[in-house]
Ligand binder design. Sequence first.
Ligand code: NAD
Length: 472
Amino acid sequence: MPDSRRYALLIDGRLEEGAAEFGIVDPARGAVFAQAPDASRTQLDEAVAAARRAQPGWGGLSDEERRHHLGRFAEGIRQQAAEIANVFTREQGQPFAHATREILGATRLIEAVSRVEVQPELIFEAEGVRRELHYRPLGVVGAITPWNVPITMAAGKIAEGLQAGNTMVLKPSPYTPLGTLMLGEIAAETLPAGVLNILSGGNDLGAWMVEHPGINMITFTGSTATGKRIGAAASTHGLKRIVLELGGNDAAIVLDDVDVATAAPRIFRAAFLNSGQVCMAIKRLYVHESKFDDMRAALVELAIEAKLGDGLEPGVTMGPLQNKMQYERVIELMQDAAAHGAVFETGGEALARDGYFIPPTIATGISDGVRLVDEEQFGPVLPIVRYTDIDDAIARANNSPYGLSGSIWTSDVKRGYALARRLEVGTAWVNKHLEPSVDAPFGGAKESGLGRVMSVVGAKTYMEPQVVDIQA
Ligand code: NAD
């Protein structure tokens, strides 16, 4: 059934039509089901101008007052969670229960992030000198989000950017703009005009934002290739502040003392959640040879239990890949792996039906040097690589341009801790993976990102430090 609902841009507190429209594909069918507004460059100018006008007033509110507004925004989303989840499932593909969890999780994220406080710091005080460190809003933040977890990404950026006293222009991915535009309808009712503006459009719109002289900072989540382009453009357009959350090829290392029955379900979830389309999903699994057969068998059993289908059908636990490009890329990586000797313990090819369905796939018989192990697959295909020497496994995990997160799985937490500290990543876990927390700075080492979000460290990312140095 096509969706006849009208979706609107949010500019200066008003819901507006786009200059044009573009089609949104339901990935469970591979067919367009709705239209999204396509913002023009003039509409971007209007949104930026509105955000600039609103910033002094918003920045002048107390932390408590901003938190209050964001709380109303979160509550508004909570009340419409089911309606948003319905649309969001159709555009993103994930099962309805997961979509609902993402939306409700986003409301809690907004509330938790808005409670983080950045206090001025006293640097020095003596002999008539008082030196303090303050943090000021940056001005207008441009936020650009990807298609895999767009509601979570929008919620984190909105809460962190706005609580810091900035105003914002946010652009969702052209693949999944609808849920975010629905957040805009709620913002129109709950936030002062101009504080948050939401524009959907193509990649060009993102590039215009990065070049725009009225935008002071870009907060971006997406691929490393786009992140690098944004970094280069931001530096030549006003030396914009940037925070980049990019791709990953997270390794999980299973030690010889692991309890397979406990670890396998956690590893499976961290590899296959959202059909593997998560930046910090486990994307390669190194297993000690003594546990290899048991771990493979346990993961295959879990993969067989998964129920694939349209996310709106009851009982479905795994949806399609979100878009055709990603679907074709994952198929290509499976074919390349097969040509290099991969054995597919389960899965291994796309389902012969409409939509972008690939079943959970466990690949063995390959190692580092094959694309499925070396590259970010961003799909439901997990290579399991055998190792004998732990130092070699750590070296292989670290031998990547990426460094988002990684994990060690063991019954000996002390040993796990020591090994986790050797991983060249932004977050190193022991006996867990893909469990980010609002109280911990989140971001990537190496080409997985630049800067951190979340916690006080992340809050400061959205601010400019200012020293105030006084001589009495
Ligand atoms: P993408 O880089 O293709 O697109 C992301 C966003 O950037 C979209 O809104 C797109 O329209 C916009 N964009 C594209 N070209 C642009 C340009 N030149 N200037 C400005 N904006 C531009 O990424 P994607 O395919 O949507 O997302 C998947 C990637 O995101 C994966 O690599 C994944 O690992 C990564 N990701 C990272 C995190 C993290 O927190 N580190 C979280 C989620 C996803």
